[in-house]
Design a protein around this ligand. Structure first.
Ligand code: SF4
Ligand code: SF4
Length: 372
């Protein structure tokens, strides 16, 4: 299917087509002075002229005179909370009249969800979450139920934040996989390309013109410029050996002096999947609800086993996070667990910067991009 051009006023037609196909549309909206995913009723709900300024430990939203809806990098949420719920009941145990225990599974209500504005880094993170939740020995039924009817409209990123480094991880700023439709935003509208049969069916209902060579060239050049603008990077894509050779590096202790063990980095990280599970039982023993909630390798309880906490201090917890994320993920999933979204840098209250710390620990030059 050739690339089409959708004038800006035609964006409502995309939402209408998705609504008519039965989807609830979720997209970027401004709430609490940040870009968050929320329900979109109409195209005018999208932010216009919003621009995010992100530095270590700081996020600010500004409004410019631009008519563009996607001229920002990302907000604190990725796609993760839409599929891997922060808190959810999984099963219930009840006692019948004879006192026998009966177990029943609790699944999320089926819903067709269309997400508008997914970034390339978040699609890469979704691919990793799919591998974790769906492609192991047992598929997670709650994740699978939400993933089944998800429709993804990607928007190639043209305004990376100062904290972004997706170009060095190979995950952005252009979305290359995992979308149903991909949009390139220009001043007067959008280039539209379909990435799946479901996407082609929706695109066929849009009032598209044929995209001109000059529009395609502008779109390519903006995404290329977005990659060039990124100043942060990882020293290499596979840091496993370098990290495990530096388990006693003095920098771990130095980071522990700044890290608050708050877990913000793991909450905002689109690939982190750790969780804990707990039962809430009725006092009379008739009923018990089993729920899971996001956990973090930065909490004391996360490594508690049989009377002892294995990672008792912040040094051990930060080291666990980084050696897993950038090292042993390669053993589990064949790639690093970092897609370069930069959220852990922005939303860390201490401004700890993963790209800087890893460069010190593996003795690499900070900020030099390695295209391994
Ligand atoms: S480790 Fe940080 S930069 Fe990498 S994916 Fe997670 S939040 Fe994004
Ligand atoms: S690195 Fe930052 S965000 Fe993560 S636990 Fe430490 S202080 Fe919190």
């Amino acid at each position: 299917m050739e690339t089409g051009f959708l004038p800006r006023a035609g964006l409502q037609a995309l939402l209408d087509a998705l609504h008519q196909s039965g989807y609830r549309c979720i997209g970027p909206r401004v709430r609490d002075e940040a870009i968050v995913y929320d329900t979109l009723g109409k195209a005018t709900d999208l932010p216009q002229g919003a621009r995010d300024r992100q530095t270590p430990g700081r996020y600010r939203l500004e409004t410019t005179s631009s008519l563009r809806n996607f001229s920002w990098a990302n907000g604190p949420q990725a796609l993760k909370p839409l599929l891997f719920a922060p808190h959810e009941a999984m099963w219930r145990a009840t006692r019948d009249a004879q006192g026998k225990l009966c177990f029943s599974e609790i699944l999320p209500a089926p819903e067709m969800l269309a997400v508008i504005g997914a970034r390339a880094c978040d699609l890469a993170a979704l691919r990793l979450q799919d591998r974790h939740f769906l492609e192991g020995a047992f598929a997670d039924p709650c994740y699978a139920a939400r993933r089944k009817n998800l429709f993804l409209v990607a928007v190639h990123c043209t305004h990376p934040a100062e904290t972004c480094f997706c170009a060095s991880t190979g995950d952005g700023p252009r979305a290359t996989q995992g979308f149903d439709i991909a949009l390139s935003e220009l001043d007067d509208g959008f280039l539209v390309e379909a990435g799946s049969d479901a996407g082609r069916a929706v695109v066929a209902r849009l009032p598209l013109a044929v995209a001109t060579p000059s529009q395609k060239q502008s779109a390519d050049s903006e995404v290329g410029e977005a990659a060039r603008q990124q100043t942060r990077s990882l020293p290499a894509r596979n840091l496993r050996a370098a990290l495990f050779a530096n388990l006693e590096h003095p920098r771990w202790e130095e980071i522990a002096g700044r890290c608050l063990s708050c877990g913000n980095c793991t909450s905002v990280c689109p690939t982190c999947f750790c969780h804990s599970e707990a039962d809430t039982a009725a006092l009379d023993g008739s009923d018990s609800l089993h729920a899971r909630q996001w956990d973090s390798c930065f909490t004391q309880g996360h490594s508690y086993i049989h009377g002892m906490t294995i990672r008792a201090d912040t040094r051990a917890r930060y080291r666990q996070w980084l050696t897993h994320k950038l090292g042993s993920w390669h053993d589990q999933y064949g790639r690093s667990g970092c897609v370069g979204c930069g959220r852990c840098i922005t939303w860390c209250p201490a401004g700890i910067d993963i790209t800087e710390e890893i460069s010190v620990i593996v003795n690499a030059e900070f900020g030099v991009r390695n295209a391994e």
